[in-house]
Design a protein. Structure first.
Length: 69
């Protein structure tokens, strides 16, 4: 994986509302993963949606660790 292949999105932590840049690798296809907030260190759920046709990043949904995404 090369860094230029990553999509960068500015997102907000669902806990502390801090904005941060999230690097997303769309080559993995649609998937769910976790990322810790760089400010408050809370665990953030991520739902990554990638187009199966074009392979482009469609959406990134963030939630708290007890949210159902």
């Amino acid at each position: 994986m090369h860094e230029e292949e990553l999509d960068s999105r500015t997102v907000r932590c669902p806990y502390c509302d801090t904005a941060f840049d999230l690097q997303v690798d769309a080559s993995q296809g649609s998937h769910a993963t976790w990322e810790d907030c760089p400010c408050c260190c809370a665990p953030i759920q991520l739902r990554i949606e990638v187009s199966p046709v074009s392979g482009e990043l469609e959406s990134v949904t963030l939630g708290r660790d007890d949210d159902v995404l």
